[in-house]
Design a protein around this ligand. Structure first.
Ligand SMILES: Cc1cc2nc3c(=O)[nH]c(=O)nc-3n(C[C@H](O)[C@H](O)[C@H](O)COP(=O)(O)OP(=O)(O)OC[C@H]3O[C@@H](n4cnc5c(N)ncnc54)[C@H](O)[C@@H]3O)c2cc1C
Length: 110
């Protein structure tokens, strides 16, 4: 039987992956309907959320695998490096966060 900590990791990972997926669908819908300019906040949001979710999910898997998780016996370390790179390659997290925050402040007229 799986240990409770593994259950927690699986549930948290499912929640984060589904959240990122739904944000992506929402951004795609907004782009189709209103164009990329109007969807800028949603696009920035998925650039923040999706690689962050991927890093967290892969990190949990590495932890559960122990030393093997950071060795070349599994693909996890490679996958983590790839997901982590996305948090820079498409612009740093801080820049996407600024786009999201500015749009929120505009909506709130602050
Ligand atoms: C593998 C890889 C592939 C890449 N591919 C491309 C590509 O195809 N096309 C392309 O144009 N670029 C590409 N890049 C470049 C990538 O966009 C930059 O690495 C990224 O924008 C960060 O710039 P920098 O490395 O100069 O770091 P810096 O600009 O020095 O940023 C370092 C840190 O400073 C902070 N920071 C930087 N700017 C701001 C800001 N405006 N507001 C708040 N904090 C900030 C963030 O914490 C950031 O992580 C790629 C990078 C990598 C690693």
């Amino acid at each position: 039987m799986l240990q409770a900590s593994v259950h927690d990791a699986i549930a948290a990972s499912r929640a984060e992956l589904d959240s990122a997926r739904l944000l992506t669908l929402s951004a795609a819908h907004c782009m189709d309907r209103y164009g990329n300019r109007t969807a800028a906040q949603q696009i920035a949001l998925i650039k923040l959320a999706a690689p962050t979710a991927a890093c967290a999910v892969i990190d949990r898997a590495m932890q559960l695998w122990g030393g093997a998780g950071v060795s070349q016996d599994t693909e996890l370390a490679y996958a983590y490096a790839a997901a982590r790179t996305l948090r820079l390659a498409d612009g740093p997290d801080a820049v996407h966060a600024r786009t999201v925050a500015r749009a929120e402040l505009l909506k709130a007229k602050l």
